[in-house]
Design a protein around this ligand. Structure first.
Ligand code: ZNH
Length: 145
C-alpha cells in the first residue's frame, strides 16, 4: 500500500537521521512531556527532572534501541506488522506498556526529526513520514487482544 514516491520519501528521511542522536532525544522528550511513561522504566534511575532525563545514559541507550528497531520497519515497509509481531507481543505480555504510548513516542520522534531537518522536511514529506510512523504504531499494537 505504498507508492514509489512514499517509499523513496521515507527512505530519504531515514538516511538523513542520526539514530544515536534522534533516539535519545525522542525518548527523553516522551519521558519529560508525558512523565507517567517513566513508570515503565523502573530500573533507569534518576528521572526526577528534565535535566536528569536528558543526562540519563540508560534513557539514551534505550532511545537508540528503539530507533534501531525502526530501521527494521524502513527495510520491511511491506510487512511492518509481521516485522513487529514478536515485539508487540512482548510489549503487551511482558512489559505491559499501554499501547496509547506508542502514538506519543511516534509524535515525539516526528518533532525531533523536524527540529533536525528543518527546511528539509517539507509538509508533504512530513505527512508521508507520519503515515509511516502510524503504520509502525499500529503494528506495535497489533498483538494486544
Ligand atoms: Zn519499547 C524495550 C522497541 C515503544 C517501553 N522496546 C524495547 C526493545 C525494543 C523496543 C526493540 C528491546 C526489546 C528486547 O530487549 O528484546 N518500543 C520499541 C518500538 C516502539 C517502542 C519500536 C515504538 C515505536 N516502548 C515503547 C514505549 C514504551 C516502551 C512507548 C513505554 C512508554 N520498551 C519499553 C520498555 C522496554 C522496552 C520498558 C524494556 C527496557 C529495559 O531494558 O528494561
Amino acid at each position: 500500500h505504498w507508492t514509489d514516491k512514499e517509499r523513496s520519501t521515507v527512505r530519504a528521511v531515514w538516511e538523513k537521521l542520526d539514530i544515536d542522536q534522534i533516539g535519545p532525544e525522542a525518548l527523553a522528550r516522551v519521558l519529560i512531556v508525558y512523565p507517567w511513561t517513566e513508570r515503565y522504566f523502573g530500573g533507569f534511575g534518576d528521572m526526577f527532572t528534565a535535566t536528569a532525563v536528558l543526562n540519563n545514559s540508560k534513557v539514551a541507550a534505550q532511545g537508540k534501541v528503539v530507533l534501531k528497531a525502526l530501521d527494521r520497519a524502513v527495510k520491511n515497509m511491506d510487512n511492518i506488522k509481521g516485522t513487529y509481531a514478536a515485539l508487540s507481543r512482548m510489549h503487551y505480555e511482558k512489559l505491559n506498556v499501554d499501547p496509547d504510548n506508542f502514538r506519543l513516542l511516534a509524535d515525539c520522534i516526528t518533532i525531533t526529526v523536524a527540529c533536525k531537518l528543518k527546511g528539509d522536511l517539507s509538509p508533504q514529506t512530513q505527512a508521508t513520514w507520519q503515515k509511516f510512523l502510524s503504520v509502525v504504531v499500529e503494528a506495535m499494537g497489533s498483538q494486544y487482544s
